[in-house]
Design a protein around this ligand. Structure first.
Ligand SMILES: Cc1ncc(COP(=O)(O)O)c(C=O)c1O
Length: 403
């Protein structure tokens, strides 16, 4: 069958592929430690589960308005306003099927074919495919590895062409954990203002900040009218599978995104909207509880990685990942088969049954990404497996069972 060039240009998500491989191994009875998935290991808030159950009991599971039930749009407007630090009306909010759909709608609503979107590099792996899906052009702009992969505003300005339409900021960042300060965001915002660009601010990891504090570019002078804020409950409320996200934008952009959504997917799942409403009404306690756990696990990971020779890691300021540099180990496998992060990740899974995501998937082949959103003992086990495998590489032969 003929597949469009557009679809052929987009490979499947490495994270989902890895997840499928881990499930397959676990089904086969293998003892696998997965530090691959980007989702909290905590259950969803009880309030959310009970609200969904009660709603399902009512049996009235019909369509809702495409942009979401009014109560949830209002609650989301309140959340985004509080987090971002500026004021959004419910009419400026679209409730989406996860933050992913919010991002895709923002890009589709903003970009005409051929227009360019500046993306963080390293950065989350779905931004570029989302651009390609609407014939926009992803333009990765490398952050400074000596400064936690922060963008240098001059590099950003140098990447701008007459076709540049938007840029994406993701703070706290997946995979690097970078958290921009307000002043750093102000410098990026100035580039947007000078070049008349839209800023898409992916704030999905907002509660998880360990150093400094969260800031949103939307709150900066002159930015609310050129910013689309992306948020949702997947990470903050441990609700990845419910698929509830939001975008908040100037009214005309929110209307356009809502209109697109009404044709593409209709409303976000109705029971999930009711669950999300209850989760938001319950406040931030759930996120605060997880932040305490992630703070402890981050330290556990930092200590373990610091003890691994030739592994370099800048402590992540936020999110729930560590992104160590491991390239000193490339070329070290006895068979010479580990040449980069893809081969190293594959070897970790093969030899010590540890799943991590290759940095190449995020545009930085020198690193691998480990999620710290796993129980302390699981994380400790995973880090021990990594240490023992790297030790075996230093000694010239990979350790542990081979499959
Ligand atoms: C930076 C970033 N943005 C957006 C998303 C998508 O979130 P959701 O599961 O709500 O679609 C993720 C998920 O991993 C992410 O890491």
């Amino acid at each position: 069958m003929k597949i469009s060039a557009r679809a052929r240009s987009i490979p499947p998500s490495v994270v989902f592929e890895l997840g499928a491989r881990v499930s397959e191994l676990k089904r086969a009875g293998e003892n696998v430690v997965s530090l691959g998935a980007g989702q909290p290991d905590f259950p969803s808030p009880r309030e959310a589960v009970e609200a969904a159950q009660a709603f399902l009991e009512s049996g009235q599971v019909g369509y809702t308005p495409a942009s979401g039930i009014p109560e949830l749009r209002a609650a989301a407007a309140e959340l985004v306003s509080r987090v971002a630090g500026c004021s959004y009306e419910p009419s400026q909010v679209v409730v989406t099927s996860g933050a992913k759909e919010a991002l895709a709608l923002a890009i589709a609503s903003a970009c005409d074919p051929g227009e360019e979107v500046l993306l963080p590099a390293p950065g989350w792996l779905s931004y570029a495919p989302m651009c390609l899906a609407v014939d926009a052009v992803p333009v990765p702009v490398a952050g400074d590895p000596e400064r936690g992969f922060r963008w240098n505003p001059d590099d950003l300005a140098a990447a701008i062409t007459p076709a540049t339409r938007a840029l994406v900021v993701n703070s706290p960042s997946n995979p690097t954990g970078l958290v921009y300060t307000r002043d750093e965001l102000a410098a990026i915002a100035q580039v947007c203002i000078d070049h008349d660009l839209l800023l898409i601010s992916d704030e999905i990891y907002w509660p998880f900040v360990y150093e400094g504090r969260f800031s949103s570019p939307a709150a900066l002078p002159g930015m609310a009218e050129r910013t689309v804020v992306i948020n949702g409950l997947s990470k903050s409320h441990s609700m990845t599978g419910w698929r509830i996200g939001f975008l908040a934008a100037p009214e005309d952009m929110a209307k356009a995104a809502g209109s697109l959504k009404s044709h593409l997917t209709s409303n976000a799942a109705t029971p999930s909207q009711h669950a999300a409403l209850a989760a938001l009404a319950a406040g931030d306690a759930h996120a605060e509880m997880m932040t305490v756990a992630f703070t402890r696990r981050r330290q556990l990971a930092l200590d373990a990685l610091a003890a691994m020779p030739d592994v370099h890691l800048e402590a992540p300021g936020g999110a729930f990942y560590v992104f160590p540099r491991v390239d000193a180990y490339y070329g070290k496998h006895a068979s010479g088969s580990i040449q980069g992060s893809v081969e190293l990740s594959a070897a970790l899974l093969e030899h010590v049954r540890l799943a991590v995501v290759p940095g190449a998937a995020f545009g930085e082949d020198r690193c691998v990404r480990l999620s710290i959103a796993a129980a302390d003992e699981v994380l400790a086990d995973g880090l021990e497996r990594m240490a023992s495998f790297l030790a075996s590489l230093r000694q010239g032969a990979p350790a542990g069972p081979s499959c």
